[in-house]
Ligand binder design. Structure first.
Ligand SMILES: C[S@@+](CC[C@H](N)C(=O)[O-])C[C@H]1O[C@@H](n2cnc3c(N)ncnc32)[C@H](O)[C@@H]1O
Ligand SMILES: [Zn+2]
Ligand SMILES: [Zn+2]
Ligand SMILES: [Zn+2]
Length: 750
């Protein structure tokens, strides 16, 4: 024995045992490196993980984060290096009980693992299936182009307009802009609800484009704040419109009207402007092309209305919009049925596309094209808005809700392509969807990572990896997807090597309410499968929802059921790693209960940026973009230095994380610091009460117990007290430093 020990001491390679001891997320994960990756990915997720373009899903976490977690768990060596290498983790079984858009599963599948995925929402199941399922790209492109050609013949003329510069009538419309109108409660005159008159800022276009409040002509001005007078009618130009905070005075009788009135039915619109593209004038013209909608433009719309009226739609859904936390806004605006969220030209385009897709004989192609139709919906409806800065359409899901703006943007249904180059001009059309879907599926065959060298981005092909089941000459792996509630799943005991997931963040996103918007269409095209119900809503969905009376107890019990089932299915010591994020500490208590009920210990809480810094739904709110990754195991080791027991020590850990995030390129906010502190408090609360935890008992009491344990650690106020007032840059002005454990053991076993 002694000799063996000596041999190990002198050999260069660490012993097998020592090597395996060094592995694991707790030791190998690199917060600085990963936050750099995640930040870059979230800026333009499509460039780093083109696969996401198969279909919209909400709140997708960075793929790079899950690749990093998988590699730090299963592969030896510095993450910075292994990340860009090709791996084959064949034989490992990974599960995700909340697969959503599939991020963790796709990363595991790409690394060669067999995967097992669940989601209660049929749309999520469908999306992941479409992401993973093989597709003949050549045939796909042909089929999509054929549909495009048919649509061009049938509705192409509805997207033409006269160029105001050269007078030619074949200019292509990029966007039609519509304003909501209101009938005066006093004099019955119908008037426009303009919140403002600025159509385009002088950023992507040389000048500001302002609508004249009197004659409706478009004026281009240098000075936004001193725009002068209308060149057509000499009325002074102004920025602010008459409609604000649900009030607008009638321009005729002056009566102050309020809107919306749901008893008036769905909102009415008036087309007032167009952004178009003139191929003749393009070479000589600076900036974009804008015009006031003219009589011919209005006629073309009326013609589309007439064609729709004379067709017998087969695919336009007649579903009602069910009551809900998010859909209540739609009801307030008078929408009662999904079809009312589209104008007639959009309905016509969608109906004709559905028909063309239904004629496709090849099932795989039909599925792919149906997925495209479903994703196109979010750009082809009257809840899309026009971004006056970026000069493009904002799709209905640009925030996680159904915001109803006063100006709607209708994109060219077909999309506009630069001849030959296959580059889209503008957004929101069929060709945009097809092009990004093509790139997404191409990425499945040839995945890559992106690095920055000397300020430039470079794609590194990861040659032997792929997304999918099989590949000629390569080992195949299983992909097992289910549309089911994971609160009820039966898994084989000790069958899983790891679980990587991203559970719902309590009431942050109402997946089912939002996805019903696509689902009601898709289920008419794709029958059978998992599309039998009228809605994707489900009483077992694990989101807080007031309308469906799902509270924190429901969330806690559901999550506890899932984590317990998973704990039994994991091999001893195998990780359950999941991301979480919420702006209130109470929303973390259910996690703690679930982890403790499952008999797991939280061995690490790691920080990672997971949203875009300027994400529309969080920018300006001072809230956090940093997730905590909770790593949980039934048995293992935990770093002694992370076992803080005072608020001061916890603040030290938070500062450590902030420093690493800063080194990764993130500028932490106070909200970030707070969320990181939540993660540590929750991890430590679990650690301190794990031995006396009783699974039996009321959910409310268990939540109380966690709350008590967090208080005993000093609570968030005490931890914040020790954090520096100014967080950026954090390094150099630290208040507390975490002491390294001075003597062995550096880790504690559990
Ligand atoms: C945060 S999302 C997952 C996002 C995903 N990881 C991604 O990157 O796109 C959470 C998912 O949990 C699903 N979910 C909610 N309750 C569920 C339940 N009881 N069983 C299974 N899935 C559920 C939701 O439908 C949603 O897709
Ligand atoms: Zn022209
Ligand atoms: Zn009036
Ligand atoms: Zn005017």
């Amino acid at each position: 024995m002694a000799v063996q020990g000596q041999a190990n001491l002198f050999s260069e390679e660490p012993s097998q045992k020592a090597r395996s001891l060094d592995r694991g997320i707790e030791r190998q994960f690199d917060v600085t490196f990963v936050s750099g990756l995640a930040l870059r990915e979230k800026q333009i997720q499509q460039n780093y993980r083109p696969i996401i373009a198969v279909h919209k899903w909400f709140a997708r976490r960075p793929g790079t984060l899950f690749r990093a977690l998988l590699l730090s768990e299963f592969v030896e060596g510095a993450l910075k290096e292994t990340f860009y290498e090709s791996h084959d983790l064949a034989g490992r079984q990974i599960a995700d009980p909340f697969m959503g858009g599939g991020t963790p599963l796709l990363e595991a599948n790409r690394l060669g693992c067999s995967v097992l995925g669940y989601d209660i929402n049929p749309m999520a199941y469908w999306v992941v299936k479409q992401e993973i399922e093989e597709l003949d790209l050549y045939k796909y492109r042909e089929a999509a182009a054929e549909i495009e050609q048919q649509l061009e013949n049938e509705i192409g003329d509805f997207y033409k307009t006269e160029c105001t510069l050269c007078g030619k009538r074949d200019a292509a419309v990029k966007y039609f802009l519509w304003v909501k109108t209101h009938r005066c409660g006093n004099c019955t005159r119908v008037f426009d609800l303009f919140p403002g008159y600025l159509l385009a800022e002088n950023r992507r276009h040389p000048k500001n484009v302002l609508l004249c409040p009197s004659c409706g002509e478009l004026n281009e001005t240098e000075e936004r704040n001193d725009p002068g007078i209308c060149s057509w009618c000499r009325t002074p130009l102004i920025l602010k419109g008459p409609a604000a905070r649900s009030h607008c005075a009638c321009p005729d009788c002056g009566t102050e009207n309020t809107y919306p009135h749901k008893s008036n039915g769905p909102p009415q619109h008036r087309m007032f402007a167009i952004e178009y593209h003139c191929f003749h004038c393009r070479p000589y013209h600076q900036g974009r092309f804008f015009k006031k909608a003219d009589a011919a433009d209005l006629d073309r719309y009326r013609e589309a209305e007439r064609v729709l009226l004379n067709s017998k739609p087969e695919y336009i859904p007649d579903n009602q919009i069910l009551a809900g936390d998010e859909t209540s806004r739609l009801h307030r605006w008078g929408y009662t049925h999904y079809r009312e969220m589209f104008n007639d030209r959009q309905l016509l385009g969608l109906e004709l596309t559905c028909r063309a897709i239904a004629r496709q004989k090849n099932q795989r192609l039909r599925e792919a094209l149906s997925t495209n139709l479903s994703d196109l919906l979010r750009y082809q409806n009257m809840l899309c808005r026009y971004d006056t800065y970026a000069l493009k359409s904002l799709d209905i899901f640009s925030v996680h809700g159904f915001p109803v703006g006063l100006i709607s943007c209708e994109s060219n249904f077909l999309g506009l392509m630069k001849e030959k180059a296959r580059v889209n001009i503008g957004s929101g059309g069929w060709s945009n969807i097809v092009e990004k879907f093509f790139k997404a599926k191409q990425y499945c065959e040839h995945p890559f990572e992106v690095i920055r060298q000397n300020g430039r981005k470079r794609q590194i092909p990861i040659a032997d990896e792929w997304i999918g089941r099989e590949r000629e000459g390569k080992r195949s792996r299983t992909v097992d997807l289910h549309c089911a509630s994971s609160t009820q799943i039966d898994l084989l005991p000790r069958s899983l090597d790891a679980v990587f997931t991203d559970p719902p963040y309590f009431a942050n996103v109402q997946y089912a309410e939002l996805m019903d918007f696509c689902y009601v269409w898709l289920r008419r095209l794709v029958t059978g499968e998992v599309f039998h119900d009228q809605t994707t809503r489900h009483s077992s969905e694990l989101t807080g929802n007031t309308t469906m009376e799902r509270d924190l107890d429901h969330f806690t019990e559901g999550l506890a059921s899932v984590w317990s089932r998973i704990a039994t299915a994991l091999k001893p010591g195998a990780p359950l790693a999941f991301t979480y994020h919420h702006n209130t500490l109470e929303a973390y208590y259910p996690l703690s209960v679930a982890i403790l009920d499952a008999g797991l210990v939280c061995s690490a809480s790691l920080a990672c940026p997971a949203e875009m810094g300027a994400s529309i739904h969080i920018s300006g709110t001072g809230s956090s973009i940093v997730d905590t990754v909770f790593v949980c195991r039934s048995t293992g080791r935990i770093s002694r230095r992370t076992l803080a027991s005072t608020p001061r020590e916890i603040a030290g850990l938070v500062e450590d994380d902030l420093e690493q995030l800063t080194n990764g390129g993130h500028k932490p906010t106070r909200g970030d610091a707070r969320c990181i502190a939540y993660g540590h408090l929750i991890r430590l609360a679990i650690w301190h009460i794990r031995k006396t935890w009783k699974k039996e008992g009321e959910t409310g009491e268990k939540l109380q117990r966690i709350s008590q344990a967090v208080r005993e650690l000093g609570g968030i106020e005490q931890v914040e007290h020790y954090l520096p007032a100014n967080l950026s840059p954090i390094s150099g002005k630290r208040t507390v430093r975490v002491k390294e454990a001075e003597s062995p053991p550096y880790e504690v076993s559990f």
